[in-house]
Design a protein around this ligand. Structure first.
Ligand SMILES: [Zn+2]
Length: 156
């Protein structure tokens, strides 16, 4: 087997992030993958991987294996609340900041505290098509300064 696999991690590189349930097999395009924890692999240790032997060093990781073709690839451990695509504190702050019934500046520390506490209670998944998750449009070119109190606020 030649090493044309671009989804495994060569030694010393950062692993790709955990993709939760959204990952598609790079070889057969199947949508389901098993997940198995793998401890760190030292440079003196070898292991079987996709039909050949490989050597560390590799950090601890999650080995994903396609449920149809058994192709395997490595992903990093989920970063706290990123598991299975759950929102991070920063993303939940963004959602909370866009959830007020009227335009109001909320204290960023208050938002971060609320988001942190909420994520201790729930796993929040984004509705990916919602406008709040779309890239913000570039602001229009600058025009003559205006009094901020007289500016109209567009409805979201
Ligand atoms: Zn596959």
């Amino acid at each position: 087997m030649t090493n044309t696999d671009t989804t495994s991690a060569p030694a010393g590189t950062v692993l790709p992030p955990f993709t939760g349930t959204d990952r598609v097999c790079a070889k057969c395009r199947y949508l389901e993958a098993f997940t198995r924890y793998r401890p760190p692999l030292s440079d003196r240790t070898r292991e079987e991987f996709n039909g050949s032997m490989r050597r560390g060093p590799l950090p601890e990781r999650l080995e994903r294996t396609c449920a149809r073709c058994d192709f395997a690839w490595d992903e990093a451990l989920p970063v706290d609340d990123h598991a299975d695509g759950g929102l991070s504190v920063d993303h939940l702050v963004h959602a909370l900041d866009n959830s007020t019934p009227y335009p109001v500046e909320l204290d960023p520390a208050l938002l971060a505290h609320m988001a942190t506490k909420l994520l201790e209670m729930v796993v929040a998944l984004p509705v990916r098509d919602h406008p709040v998750w779309q890239p913000e449009e570039e602001p229009p070119p600058a025009v003559a300064p205006q009094d901020p109190d007289t500016l109209a606020t567009p409805e979201a």
